[in-house]
Design a protein around this ligand. Structure first.
Ligand code: 3BY
Ligand code: FES
Ligand code: FE
Length: 411
């Protein structure tokens, strides 16, 4: 409980517009609290429904201490379960992904159906009631090709997330896409440093020569002020909305997620070195105009995304430790797009491979400097780091809300 009070006090006394105190970025107890209050209790983006296209297709993941399994059933439904056998706890699925007619635990072969029910358990006696030992469910929702899970016993209402993001995402038809390429990089820094870096483009000119060819450096694109006073953004929204693509900047009242369709640098269509499309089979037949820019979606704490005319990119954040975070990037193209014919993988992935690696170096050097006893919270730029301030504000309010909630349960 001491740590609860300490963190609460520190957040209440936080200097607004400044980065957080050192322990938020390095202390194992603070990290544990982040897991308990945020990662174990809120909705997390974890993958795409096209990754489990057929019944029996599954993938596994790890959130803190929780191994999770996501599988599509014979009825087409995607479900998530705790990946821990109800016999003695062995992981039921040990591979990262695969396909299974039924789920057989490797230890003593207890066998589960796709819906988690236990169908066979050898030598357990006549009176053994299999119905009591199904896999434990994890809340699972799919929206426009994205799968979200929530590990809490009682999940927060998902309806507001769906209502806001579905209309923006649906025209991209991501459930009809395929993952052309994916990779996971490990960044030696706290998950909040990964987010702080993502929420501004103050660092772009000095660090991202490839991305800057097509992605605007202006804070209107990345931050949270919407169009600001930029008439080009207003025009972009009017043109895109006129063609049936929801576009204007919209953020949830608590600041946890936002959508906005932002123009790229003039003339650019996609994240390539020359700005032209990387994929010649459009992602969606519902997009009828060129130069739709990038539909930006973030959902704290687990994902940011870019949806373009020719492809889409999702980024998943996974905390691995107080000073270690995995970032998984997936490039989605139309399911019928053929590599070597409709796109060249190197061309498709080059800009973000470089950008991700540059961001990894930034996060690691940022973490390095924060470990110094001489580190103290520093001021964010009002002009360029509004998005970072918004992230820290969200984090701080969210944690205070949860910590106060815990305290009231005890009193
Ligand atoms: O991926 C992003 O959304 C952000 C925007 C600016 C910098 N960063 C690459
Ligand atoms: Fe799974 Fe024994 S632990 S069958
Ligand atoms: Fe960056």
């Amino acid at each position: 409980m001491d740590i609860h009070n300490q963190v609460l006090r520190q957040l209440k006394n936080r200097r607004e517009g400044f980065s957080l105190e050192q322990p938020f970025y390095i202390d194992p107890d603070y990290y544990k609290l982040d897991l308990e209050m945020i990662w174990y209790r809120d909705w997390l983006f974890i993958g795409h429904d096209c990754e489990v296209a057929k019944p029996g297709n599954y993938f596994t993941l790890q959130i803190g201490d929780y191994p999770v399994l996501v599988i599509r059933g014979r009825d087409g439904e995607i479900r998530a379960f705790h990946n821990t056998c109800r016999h003695r706890g062995h992981r039921v699925c040990t591979k990262e992904s695969g396909s299974a007619v039924r789920l057989v635990c490797p230890y003593h072969q207890w066998t589960y159906q796709h819906d988690g029910s236990l169908m066979a358990a050898r030598h357990m006696g006549e009176n053994f009631d299999k119905s009591q030992y199904g896999l434990k469910k994890v809340h699972c929702e799919t929206v426009a090709g994205y799968i979200f899970i929530c590990l809490a016993n009682e999940a927060p209402d998902f309806a507001p997330v769906r209502a806001m993001i579905e209309p923006y995402m649906a025209p991209h038809r991501l459930s009809e896409a395929k993952v052309a390429h994916q990779n996971t990089i490990i960044e030696k820094g706290n998950w909040k440093l990964v987010w702080e870096n993502n929420r501004e483009c103050y660092h772009c000119a000095g660090n991202h020569p490839e991305l800057c060819r097509t992605y605007p450096e202006a804070p209107t694109a990345t931050g949270v002020q919407g169009a600001g006073d930029d008439p080009l953004i207003a025009e972009h929204w009017a043109r895109c909305e006129g063609s049936g693509l929801p576009s204007t900047f919209t953020m949830s009242t608590d600041g946890q997620f936002r959508v906005a369709r932002m123009p790229l640098i003039e003339g650019a269509e996609s994240y390539t070195m020359n700005g032209q499309r990387a994929v010649h089979r459009p992602l969606s037949d519902d997009v009828t105009i060129p130069q739709i820019g990038t539909m930006l979606l973030f959902h704290y704490p687990s994902s940011w995304n870019h949806m373009l005319g020719d492809h889409a990119i999702s980024f998943r954040v996974t905390p691995l430790g107080p000073e270690e975070t995995a970032v998984t990037t997936k490039w989605l193209v139309h399911k019928d797009a053929v590599e070597g014919v409709d796109y060249n993988l190197e061309e498709l992935t080059h800009v973000w491979d470089m950008t991700n690696d540059q961001d990894r170096q930034i996060v690691e050097e940022n973490a390095f400097g924060i470990r110094s006893p001489a580190y103290e919270p520093g001021p964010y730029s009002e002009a360029h780091e509004g998005g970072v301030m918004q992230f820290v504000e969200w984090y701080s309010n969210f944690m205070m809300g949860r910590l106060q909630g815990e305290q009231s349960k005890l009193s």
